[in-house]
Design a protein around this ligand. Structure first.
Ligand code: AMP
Length: 284
């Protein structure tokens, strides 16, 4: 399996492949890979001649230095997991100094307000960091298709906005949330949960599913209060926010309009670990 650390070398390698008319699928990750990431990679392998996976714990998108320091890094295991899917996968494992030309800072972006909601409010600068790293990665890899998980639904909408605004000819492919058997959304951060907090964390999806049932006949406020009370009553969980928002604008919803698509978005602390999840509130 080919692993590139320096952007110029990857660019040169991909240039040759593009000359041969090969299509490129791209999956950006921060590593500590799990089956959720691998679902994205499997889709990329299916749709494209060449699949590029980046593994980069990008410093500019962390608003909390402790979170950056403790973020799990399992590069060797990641390579084995990818190799098992296909030895032809190209891995980009950037050297941060080379990637940022020695200047590790974010650009600022205007994503038409998408960046101001939810995660934007709670993690200042996060989406500037995400925009910066993904734009640079797209410029280097120049993929035909790029794969993003619905687990980070706000991020997915922001990346769609990024390619629209920057006029990049890249198709963004959304992939549904991949869950553990008990319903907890897979996340690299899950491996940092204590035994008690891991057991408690499955409650998050149970509450989300109940919120979907309630949403059919109850008011927005009733659903929000239900989630607040349910998580609030759990001894091992602490709610950061639960929001019901329009899928397109991500603006909080006060009244349901038929035909619009809504989602419930939740962030919960299980001990030190910040867990994010969401659920579609319209039946598919
Ligand atoms: P991360 O490494 O956490 O930055 O995630 C890399 C990509 O994998 C992002 O597009 C995530 O939305 C996606 N992803 C992470 N966890 C899951 C999951 N459980 N199901 C689907 N996609 C996921």
């Amino acid at each position: 399996m080919k692993v590139f650390r320096y952007k110029k070398e990857l660019e040169n390698h991909l240039k040759e492949l593009k000359k041969q008319g090969k299509t490129i699928g791209f999956v950006p990750t921060m590593g500590a890979l799990h089956q959720g990431h691998l679902a994205l990679v499997k889709n990329a392998l299916k749709d494209n001649d060449i699949t590029v996976v980046s593994i980069f714990v990008n410093p500019t998108q962390f608003d909390n230095p402790d979170d950056l320091e403790k973020y799990p890094r399992t590069f060797e295991t990641d390579l084995t997991l990818l190799e098992d899917l296909s030895p032809d996968i190209i891995v980009f494992y950037p050297d941060a100094q080379d990637f940022y030309d020695g200047n590790i800072v974010s650009q600022t972006f205007d994503f038409d307000g998408l960046e101001q909601e939810m995660e934007g409010k709670h993690r200042p600068g996060h989406f500037d960091g995400v925009g910066t790293v993904v734009k640079k990665l797209f410029e280097i890899v120049q993929p035909d298709k790029a794969y993003f998980g619905e687990k980070d639904f706000q991020q997915l909408q922001i990346i769609k906005k990024l390619v629209e605004k920057e006029q990049m000819p890249i198709e963004i492919i959304p992939i549904p949330i991949y869950r553990e058997e008990d319903g907890l959304a897979m996340s690299s951060r899950n491996r940092r949960l204590t035994k008690h907090h891991r057991a408690a964390a499955l409650f998050i999806y149970q509450v989300l599913k109940q919120s979907r049932v309630l949403f059919k006949k109850e008011s927005i406020d009733t659903v929000k209060n239900f989630v607040k009370d349910a998580i609030g009553a759990h001894p091992y969980l602490e709610l950061e926010y639960f929001e019901i928002a329009d899928e397109k604008t991500l603006k909080p919803v006060t009244q349901k309009i038929s035909g619009n698509k809504y989602r419930g978005f939740i962030v919960v602390y299980a001990g030190e670990i910040r867990l994010i999840d969401n659920i579609s509130l319209v039946e598919s």
